[in-house]
Design a protein around this ligand. Structure first.
Ligand code: AQP
Length: 351
């Protein structure tokens, strides 16, 4: 009964439903793959209803060249499918095709407090020193993210570590809405931040997140990189001169080494300790080529499938359009109920 607005005090029962999104603000990185995509596929395989969204409205909070945005959106859809998202079993679409996201975001802009938004570290990081010149959209980004999730009454959101603060804000918005209107209408969504690669770091700086919009292409592995490029990027990845430690504690003060070991563990589906049991005591001259081989083995089939899918952009658009229709069928009634709860007259005949 996920669409019910329970009376306050009664125990709300929300059907388990997963939602998550990725911005088409560039190509998919290994960070997006390990921190998000790979785990989206796991959720799908667990049989939980899953909704995955290419969040183009989020991407335009910073400047996007229209042609590049269109291409990145299709490429990302190809990446989702190539990584294992089945658009029949899961719902896959781009955000701007379901207007409930933008509408609910406006309602949430009137619920969220300026002080809450001001605390968001992602805004501070992305706006940098030139805050006056940042788009207003970048500031209210978390309202839109809350709308993405709550328009589906999603109960679980698999994300990387960097999104934890936004998920907490989503819970605060849901809680304030429920409290202000005396309902238990929105669930308090749980973030799912799991695995050894919840924060994949830059290959050039182990203290910075690997990011698709980093100026240096050498800082990241792109899912579209060929085998030689992957090998070269790992070979040139910044490390220290020490051999790998035998125990996990030995990685504590070594961010670059820790990052590469975590990436290996996530790709091999094993623990950091397992990786060190195999490579502890060995230098990067041995470990980096082994890591490159593993990455090529796991990523090459995805890359090849993405390229195949990208040869038929009409088919990708058809998949996204169909996904948007299915998403709209869930989100629209939730949004309508939300308008009613807030006191809006809704008398237009249904389209
Ligand atoms: N380095 C990362 N390690 C683990 N998870 C990551 N994610 C992103 N980078 C890493 C996860 O991928 C999902 C989609 O993220 P996003 O594209 O919506 O935005 P982002 O987190 O801001 O990613 P980028 O690559 O840094 O994009 P830009 O450069 O455009 O800002 C999220 O679940 C995120 O946690």
């Amino acid at each position: 009964m996920s669409e019910a607005d329970n009376a306050p005090g009664s125990a709300p029962a929300f059907t388990p439903r997963v939602f998550s999104g990725i911005q088409p603000s560039g190509g998919l990185t290994l960070g997006n793959y390990l921190g998000a995509l790979k785990r989206f596929v796991e959720k799908q395989e667990e049989g939980i209803e899953s909704i995955y969204c290419i969040v183009d409205l989020h991407a335009i909070t910073v400047w996007q060249e229209p042609d590049k945005l269109r291409r990145a959106t299709r490429e990302m859809a190809a990446g989702f499918i190539a990584a294992g998202i089945d658009p029949e079993r899961s719902i896959l679409f781009n955000q701007s095709q379901v207007s409930a996201h933008a509408e609910l975001a406006w309602l949430f802009n009137c619920v969220v407090r300026m002080g809450w938004l001001s605390r968001m570290t992602q805004f501070k990081d992305k706006a940098g020193k030139n805050r006056e010149n940042a788009s207003a959209g970048l500031f209210v980004y978390p309202s839109l993210m809350a709308a993405d999730i709550l328009a589906y009454h999603a109960t679980h959101v698999p994300v990387g570590e960097d999104q934890k603060q936004h998920l907490e804000l989503t819970r605060e918005i849901a809680g304030k809405f429920n409290h202000d209107f005396g309902v238990d209408f929105f669930p308090l969504t749980e973030p799912l931040i799991e695995g050894t690669a919840t924060r994949v770091m830059s290959l050039r700086d182990g203290t910075k997140k690997m990011s698709k919009s980093d100026a240096s292409d050498m800082s990241r592995i792109n899912l579209t990189d060929d085998a030689d490029t992957i090998a070269q990027k790992f070979r040139k990845a910044r490390t220290d001169p020490e051999p790998l430690p035998e125990a996990v504690e030995g990685l504590a003060e070594r961010p670059e080494a820790r990052n590469l070991v975590n990436i290996y563990a996530a790709l091999a589906d094993c623990s950091t300790a397992d990786v060190l049991a195999q490579f502890g005591g060995q230098g990067f001259g041995v470990f980096k080529p082994a890591l490159a081989d593993l990455a090529v083995e796991k990523l090459s089939p995805i890359n090849a499938e993405m390229q195949r899918l990208m040869r038929d952009p009409d088919e990708i658009d058809r998949i996204l359009g169909r996904g948007a229709e299915r998403a709209d069928a869930i989100a629209r009634p939730i949004l309508e109920r939300c308008y009613e709860i807030m006191g809006m007259v809704r008398s237009r005949p249904p389209r």
